[in-house]
Write a protein that binds this ligand. Structure first.
Ligand code: KIV
Ligand code: NA
Length: 264
């Protein structure tokens, strides 16, 4: 099956079929990803870095997100599209409803992704009650980079791992239909996927999760200092289409990520 609805993603998890996700920011790459059979396109606020050339994601605006979601929707009209709620666009329930509303109504997204832990539960509850599906982003939170002082692995000690697991459980309880976990040890990724009925998509979270996501530019070898969970799928291949198809195949047969492409 090619899951194009959220229930189809849940079904994929139950059938143990790994879910493929990739970021996209424009129509041409959205079309290429669609043709390669990527299950979910993520209009990530990583666009601040890979498209806009900023050093982090904090400067990305809701207008930026709406615009790029429109472009991606045009390139992949039939594909499930998730849009990031940018920094400070979801600080209150009212603001989050307005922001997510624009991403769905103007941008054409199917669901939104919210970074944060337990504190985001009331917001996820309100969006869910309004009919807006939400993915909860836990683990490494790039929007918290000023507090963290950099991008590094999260959940390494038992206490932090338990907190991340607890956050995910609370956010799913609040209505999150999907969980994305970034940059945690593989065993913690596996624990999350096992504990939750909700599909858990990982980036730098090992091979025991229900699906994988990568940043498009990383997959195409455009990152000069790639984190260890990045694989350059264009290397040794003749076209972007082949690189995307290879990524889909490697996620589906669980040959990506390999052991060394993760954290312990
Ligand atoms: O913005 C983004 O690309 C993301 C992924 C790293 C998951 O949130
Ligand atoms: Na993001």
């Amino acid at each position: 099956i090619v899951p194009r609805t959220i229930p189809a993603l849940w079904q994929a998890k139950r059938r143990k079929q790994p879910i493929t996700m990739l970021t996209a920011y424009d129509a041409s790459f959205a079309r290429a990803a669609d043709e390669a059979g990527i299950d979910v396109l993520l209009v990530g606020d990583s666009l601040g870095m890979v498209v806009q050339g900023q050093r982090d994601t904090l400067s990305v605006t809701l207008d930026d997100m709406v615009y790029h979601t429109q472009l991606v929707r045009r390139g992949a009209p039939g594909r499930l599209i998730m849009a990031d709620m940018p920094f400070l666009s979801d600080s209150t329930v009212a603001q989050a409803l307005a922001s997510a509303g624009r991403l769905l109504q103007e941008g054409g997204a199917d669901l939104v992704k919210i970074e944060g832990g337990e504190a985001k539960a009331p917001i996820i509850r309100a969006l869910t009650d309004a009919g807006i599906p939400v993915c909860a982003h836990v683990g490494l939170l790039p929007q918290h980079v000023r507090q963290l002082g950099g991008y590094r692995v999260q959940g390494r000690d038992a206490e932090d791992a338990a907190r991340i697991l607890h956050d995910a459980e609370v956010l799913v309880e609040a209505g999150a239909v999907m969980v994305l976990v970034e940059c945690v040890p593989g065993p913690l990724g596996t624990r999350l996927a096992t504990a939750l009925e909700t599909p858990v998509i990982g980036i730098g979270a090992g091979n025991g999760v229900d699906g994988q996501v990568l940043v498009l530019h990383d997959l195409l070898g455009l990152n000069d200092h790639p984190p260890r969970f990045v694989r350059d799928f264009l290397r040794g291949r003749g076209s972007i289409g082949q690189a995307l198809t290879a990524y889909v195949a490697a996620v589906r047969d669980r040959s990506f990520p390999a052991e060394h492409e993760g954290y312990i």
